[in-house]
Design a protein around this ligand. Structure first.
Ligand SMILES: *Cc1c(COP(=O)(O)O)cnc(C)c1O
Length: 473
């Protein structure tokens, strides 16, 4: 009975929505917060307290019902409601093309162009020389052909869309021959056999997982063969007793039987990374030179631009693709297009591209630079002077990611955080809850901060996040 009366008393002293609203308005510095957001937040907070009174009032004190306590909670909720969900995040994973973290970081020049084009009207579909309606892809036609050596080009939403569109246009209801060694699945459920079904093509698998011969293609060709497809095994590698048919050989087979050859390059790059001591990735121009009729690749993998699917190749086929009604459903928007053109523009000068495209810069970053950043962070953390959290400088490897260069190990320098009183999982969670979130990786029971993917100006922010953790434990 005593319990019931205490409950009643607490419920009675719960302030009303109007009362809190007036209090909040009195103290509000700016009046920019929409009234509905304030009211909803007050309602939510009061309702929460009401429920806890009903459920477990023993844990509540009258202080929990104070105006100041409630107002504090309401303000926190308002801030949370108004904060945007998609936000800047610090990538301390060392994975350069991290799909969960948005893949490519765009260059300054690209950001400027996005603002310039999108802050007003643009000639997106207007041909400025004729005054007539133009094609939206035309702005990247010339540069794509120049950089790749292809006859024609067009762009869509992403590479998955590019593959789907090409298959549907070139080989709907026909047989498409693919080696079993190239039956790729990439993250996010893109699988070659499934895309084949969705595009209305009939998949003809040939060869074995590790070895496919020219004769396997030759033997599989029928009157209903519409395409020979080569898929770059971007996120895995078949090593040991293996054999695959080169694009050159595929081109000869295609020529002999009058069947087009397409290559899904996945990542796609204009730069020969072997020149810089990294793994050799087939370049886009090599694929065109080898005789591929159609080549598709992503805009936001090794290219370092915005999400896009780029299609280049023979004009006759590209013209057909442009007429496919699916194109309208997969089309690229003007923000992306302005970003893509500005990115491609940087490739006119390879040195400039490497200097200004963050993806390339991080990939080719000299070890000494990463080491310098690691030491900077280590110094800031050691100044924190906590006995509860320790930091160690570690030599580790980082990865290219984004389904590219799967075997590549990039020498990197990291900080490993550890605490006797806080689990590594909790450290990871606290860092993730930071504003901005700091995303690292857990290895050997340490929270690893890989400096390859961290910008210099982000280092003090990470140190501050670490300091806040030490204050909480
Ligand atoms: C990444 C990848 C794709 C999909 O590209 P998105 O731009 O992510 O749609 C398709 N094929 C291969 C081989 C890939 O590596």
């Amino acid at each position: 009975m005593e319990n019931e009366s205490l409950k009643k008393e607490l419920l009675k002293s719960l302030p009303g929505v109007d009362h809190i609203f007036t209090q909040i308005q009195k103290n509000m510095i700016s009046n920019n917060i929409p009234r509905t957001v304030i009211i909803d937040s007050i309602r939510t907070c009061i309702e929460k307290i009401r429920l806890s009174i009903l459920k477990n009032h023993n844990t509540l004190s009258s202080k929990d019902l104070d105006d100041s306590t409630i107002i504090y909670k309401v303000n926190t909720l308002i801030a949370k409601t108004l904060a945007l969900n998609l936000k800047k995040t610090i990538n301390a994973t060392g994975v350069i093309l991290h799909t969960n973290l948005g893949r490519s970081v765009l260059p300054e020049e690209v950001l400027k162009n996005i603002t310039a084009v999108s802050s007003g009207y643009s000639n997106l579909e207007l041909n400025l020389s004729t005054g007539k309606r133009g094609l939206r892809y035309s702005c990247v036609d010339d540069i794509l052909c120049k950089l790749s050596g292809a006859e024609a080009a067009m762009v869509v939403n992403n590479n998955a869309a590019a593959v789907l569109l090409c298959l549907e246009t070139i080989a709907k209801d026909k047989q498409v021959i693919v080696s079993r060694g190239e039956m790729v699945e990439i993250g996010g459920s893109f699988r070659i056999p499934d895309v084949m079904v969705k595009s209305g093509c009939i998949l003809k698998e040939i060869g074995t997982t590790n070895r496919t011969h020219v004769k396997d293609y030759e033997n599989a060709i029928t009157d209903n063969t519409g395409l020979l497809l080569k898929v770059h095994t971007s996120n895995y590698s078949i090593v040991g007793f293996s054999l695959s048919v080169s694009l050159n050989e595929l081109h000869s087979i295609g020529l002999k039987h009058k069947i087009p050859v397409m290559e899904d390059l996945g990542s796609g790059t204009f730069i020969d990374f072997s020149k810089y001591g990294l793994t050799k990735e087939p370049t886009i121009s090599e694929s065109i030179a080898a005789g591929a009729d159609i080549v598709t690749f992503s805009g936001d993998k090794l290219l370092g631009g915005p999400q896009a699917g780029i299609i280049i190749g023979k004009k006759k086929i590209i013209d057909k693709i442009k007429e496919n009604p699916l194109t309208r459903a997969l089309r690229i928007d003007k923000i992306t297009l302005s970003a893509l053109e500005a990115t491609l523009n940087l490739y006119r000068d390879e040195k400039k591209a490497i200097r200004s495209i963050p993806t390339l810069k991080m990939l080719l970053s000299p070890f000494s630079e990463i080491e310098k950043k690691a030491e900077m962070l280590n110094n800031l953390i050691s100044n924190i002077k906590s006995t509860k959290l320790s930091a160690t400088l570690l030599a580790k490897n980082s990865k290219a990611g984004g389904g590219s260069m799967p075997l590549l190990k990039l020498q990197s320098k990291c900080i490993g955080l550890k605490s006797d009183t806080l689990s590594t999982r909790k450290i990871e969670k606290f860092m993730r809850a930071n504003n901005p979130p700091v995303i690292g990786r857990i290895e050997d029971n340490l929270f690893i901060i890989d400096l390859r993917t961290v910008k210099e100006k982000e280092i003090p922010i990470i140190a501050k996040a670490v300091k806040q953790i030490t204050e909480r434990i």
